[in-house]
Write a protein that binds this ligand. Sequence first.
Ligand SMILES: [Zn+2]
Length: 351
Amino acid sequence: MNALEQQLDYPHGAALPANGSTIDVAPGVRWLRMALPFQLDHINLWLLRDVQEGRQGWTIVDCGINNDATREAWERIFANELDGLPVLRVVVTHMHPDHIGLAQWLTERWGVRMWISATDYNTARLASSSTTSFGGEGTARFMASHGLTDPEAQTKIKARTNYYASMVPQVPASYRRLMDGDTLHIGGRAWVCQAGYGHAPEHMSLHCAELGLLISGDMVLPRISTNVSVHEIEPESNPLVLYLDSIKRMKALPADTLVLPSHGRPFTGLHTRVDQLVAHHDERFAEVLAACAEAPQHAADLLMVLFKRKLDLHQTTFAMGESVAHLNALWLAGKLVRRLDDDRVYRFSLA
Ligand SMILES: [Zn+2]
């Protein structure tokens, strides 16, 4: 546990749900984990005891990645952890492959609806039916415009043309829209949707005041900082400010809220964690400003400043998005100026 994590409380200690089983974290709320084939090696999913239109059953929150191992793990959950009851609906916090991957399979398997924000639904539909999203020529051009011109990296990024579609080949053909402030009645309890921006187009967290629970999705994680990236589709976006504003709003929730994050373990200390994340990005902003005060910098220059370690290509593409996010935030706040140099690379210097 790192020093910051020690400021949080983990009421379940080191306990983790075994593959294909669950841990009860509140009345009618079960925690399960599915493996992920990434460096981030697991995702937490949630089962909420529910009644819909007179039928007893369960609401699932998030789906896991689209692969056979996750489908098999779900079959064990269906057999052993649902008290013999059906799944009644599938809520998806956001469009990333580990969250929406199996939505098509789950909704078809149970004949139920997926609930998700309209922005994430439409972005997922577009990305899963396109061979150019999140990779390919557009991404390579965007990365080059921010200084990632290394030929090997450029070749590999150009070759990665169906990155999203390979993980999310199909998104359900219909959905039910979640909006900020909507109340879902789940098992007789009110869960309020809280929209969050900057990590995904329109991420939905779910807060249940009665149980003192926040399903935070990827917006607030106990151990790692949430990825906040600028993508080629919206090169002048300001996701970091959107993200920081979104998590600051979460401090309106009670300080003793039990946070159920998508990665890591359930924890209390929401306000502390938000403060830690704000401080983390303030430090990164200060480092970027200091570097830009010495000489104009592009986003690739700043990878070593921001991440302080050598990154592989996969990590580099994520890190580039985060580097541009820090630069755009400072540029759009008027603290940096951006110049497009003759080599068609954006460089940033102090305003
Ligand atoms: Zn995510």
